[in-house]
Structure formats: C-alpha cells, structure tokens
Design a protein around this ligand. Structure first.
Ligand code: SF4
Ligand code: SF4
Length: 178
C-alpha cells in the first residue's frame, strides 16, 4: 500500500480544521438530492480514493464504509506512486459520520490546482463526473472560511511529495487540455 509522509496526527488536525467549515451555509444536498454522494450507488466505478496515509485515521470495520483498493498500475496515478491506494465507498449515502468524511468529500466542489509557476490555487472541480453539481454548474460563491481552510489544508498536503505529484499531474493535464 502506498505510503506518504503525511502523518496520522496531521490528518486528524486537517479533519478538525475542516469540520468547522462548509462550502455554503445550507445543506446543498437538498437542491440536487445529494448527487455527489448518491451517484456511487448506481456506479461501481465511483468512490473515494484516500490520500496516502489518510486510511490511518479510519477504522477498517466502520459500519458505514466498504474498503477496496486500486492498483496504481491500472489507473492514472503519478509514476512515483507504486502499489495500491485505498478506494472506499459509502454504504448508506448521503448519511455518514460528518467528522469522518474523507478529504476528497471535504474539498468538493473545489479541487487544488498548481499553475505552471507552481502557485497553488483552488478551482471548481472539473473532473468528468456522471452527475451534475449545481454549485459547480453555477459557480456558486462559496463561504470564504471554507475556501480559506481548504486552501490552507492543500497548501500543507502538497508538502507530501506524493500528494504534490498527484496535484501536479492533474494540473498539468488541465493545462494541456487548455
Ligand atoms: S456538492 Fe454539489 S452535488 Fe454534492 S450535494 Fe452539494 S450541490 Fe449537490
Ligand atoms: S463520506 Fe459522506 S459526504 Fe462523502 S460520499 Fe460518503 S456520504 Fe457523501
């Protein structure tokens, strides 16, 4: 299993920081039927990949998650990523213990992006998603505290070379696609 340099206590601190913020001051799931959580029920390929070491703060026998692995050889990961990564799926979406949501959920609808000059910025998530997120579609103005906390978290996370390379690879792909 792939191992990054981000420690368990760092993930704990990140989760605590992000526990205090939300993208918008209302339950956005009410406007779309929680599309981002529910979509995985109909599509086995959808799930949440955990960042290197993020699994350390999750219980393997938690009743709300099922655990799987993705081989970094079979999917598009940076060349420095060797082995498997954890790929989890929620058993009862959109219900989950809020304080245990993975970073992938907590960052949405934003995503980290590195400019060609190496500057970190946040953009609306532009992954090819099989559902529509109204917040991305409308580029809804997000709570500044959420944006600031998410930026701070990613600024810290990319100190981990593996995470940096993942963000860099995704950013370079975007720049190439124009
Ligand atoms: S993040 Fe987007 S898709 Fe997910 S619940 Fe909110 S509005 Fe819906
Ligand atoms: S962990 Fe929670 S927020 Fe994330 S997909 Fe599962 S149900 Fe949705």
């Amino acid at each position: 299993m792939i191992k990054g340099s981000t420690r368990k206590r760092t993930y704990r601190a990140i989760y605590r920081l992000l526990d205090r913020v939300s993208p918008v001051p209302f339950d956005c799931g009410l406007i779309c039927g929680a599309a981002c959580c529910i979509a995985a029920e109909q599509n086995e390929e959808l799930g949440i990949f955990l960042l290197p070491g993020e699994d350390k703060i999750h219980e393997r026998d938690a009743d709300w998650l099922s655990w799987g692995k993705l081989s970094t050889d079979e999917y598009e990961f940076p060349p420095s990523w060797h082995g498997d990564v954890f790929f989890v799926r929620c058993k009862t979406p959109p219900h989950c213990p809020r304080e245990m949501r993975p970073i992938q959920c907590r960052s949405f609808p934003l995503a980290p992006h590195l400019t060609p000059d190496g500057e970190l910025m946040l953009i609306y998530n532009d992954s090819d998603l099989p559902y529509c997120c109204p917040m991305i579609e409308d580029e809804t103005e997000l709570d500044p505290d959420f944006v600031q906390a998410t930026y701070t978290v990613w600024k810290h996370l990319i100190r981990d070379p593996l995470i940096y390379e993942m963000v860099k690879m995704q950013s370079d792909n975007r720049e190439e696609d124009g």
